[in-house]
Design a protein around this ligand. Structure first.
Ligand code: ZN
Length: 248
C-alpha cells in the first residue's frame, strides 16, 4: 500500500496541471526505494450517497442470507474453506440472533476485512467518503461473484463500476445478469469455422452469459438484448484469456 502523505496545492496552471507540495522528512526512503512518481488522491469532500448506502445494505443482506440459509449448519470442508477465505468463519457461530443483528455482525466483519486488505482505518457508513464507498461496494460485488452468492437483484444494478463487475464475471464464469454458471458469449462473432484453439482472443468483445440469457440474445438480437439489460460487453485482455485457457 505504501506510505500516505498529505500535501497542499501550491501551483495551478488552468486547463493543464497543478503541483503539490508534500512536507515529508523521510526523503531518504524515496532514494532507497527509487521512487520517482507518486499517486495523488483528490478528496472532493463528498460523502457516501444514500444510493450507495442502500447498495451496501442490500449486498450485506444477501451475503447474510446466504450465510444463515437453512441447511448451512452442515457445511462441507470446501464451504468452511470459503468462509475462512472471506474472514467469516469466526462469526458463523454468533449468527442467528435476528436478521438485523446478523447483518450488522457481517457488515462489521467484512468492513474490517476490507480495511485490513487496503490498510485503511475502519470507517462508518454514516460518513465514509464517496470514493471509498464506491470501491467497497465493488469489492462486495466481487465477493458475491467469486463465491456465487445468490442475490435478490442483478448485480448489474448494484455494482458501481460495470467494467470491474464484468471482468469478475468473466474470470469466474458467472452470468452478468443472473449470476448462474456462464459461458463466454462472443459479441462480435469471428468468422464461422475458424479454429478456436488457434485464433487469438485478446481484444475480443464478450459477455459472460448463462444458457438462458445466451438463448435470449439469439431470440431478440444483440442490440435489443443490450438495451433491455443495460449491458455492455467487455474486451478480453491477456490475463482473462489466460484464466479462460484461451489463446491470447
Ligand atoms: Zn443468466
Amino acid at each position: 500500500m505504501g506510505i500516505e502523505a498529505e500535501g497542499i496545492i501550491n501551483g495551478l496552471t488552468p486547463g493543464e496541471a497543478f503541483s503539490v507540495l508534500v512536507p515529508f522528512e523521510e526523503t531518504g526512503i524515496l532514494d532507497r526505494w527509487g521512487v520517482t512518481s507518486v499517486r495523488v488522491v483528490i478528496d472532493d469532500g463528498r460523502n457516501i450517497s444514500n444510493d450507495q448506502r442502500r447498495k451496501v445494505f442490500a449486498l450485506i443482506g444477501d451475503i447474510t442470507d446466504w450465510l444463515v440459509a437453512p441447511g448451512r449448519g452442515k457445511r462441507t470442508r470446501a464451504e468452511y474453506e470459503t468462509l475462512r477465505e472471506m474472514h467469516l468463519l469466526y462469526i458463523i457461530d454468533l449468527l442467528g440472533q435476528g436478521k438485523y443483528e446478523d447483518a450488522e455482525l457481517v457488515r462489521r466483519q467484512l468492513t474490517a476485512h476490507y480495511c485490513e486488505i487496503l490498510d485503511l482505518a475502519p470507517f462508518s457508513l454514516s460518513n465514509v467518503d464517496m470514493a471509498t464507498a464506491r470501491d467497497f461496494i465493488d469489492w462486495l460485488v466481487e465477493l458475491c461473484v467469486e463465491y456465487g452468492i445468490p442475490c435478490i437483484d442483478t448485480l448489474l444494478n448494484r455494482c458501481e463500476d460495470i467494467g470491474r463487475y464484468l471482468y469478475a464475471c468473466v474470470a469466474h464464469r458467472r452470468c452478468a445478469i443472473c449470476g448462474k454458471k456462464a459461458d463466454i458469449h462472443e459479441v462480435e462473432t469471428v468468422g464461422m469455422g475458424r479454429n478456436r484453439q488457434k485464433m487469438h482472443h485478446s481484444g475480443q468483445l464478450v459477455q459472460p452469459l448463462c444458457r438462458a440469457h445466451h438463448n435470449e440474445v439469439g431470440k431478440i438480437g444483440q442490440a435489443d438484448f443490450d438495451n433491455k439489460y443495460h449491458l455492455e460487453g467487455i474486451r478480453l485482455d491477456e490475463n482473462l484469456c489466460e484464466i479462460l485457457g484461451w489463446k491470447k
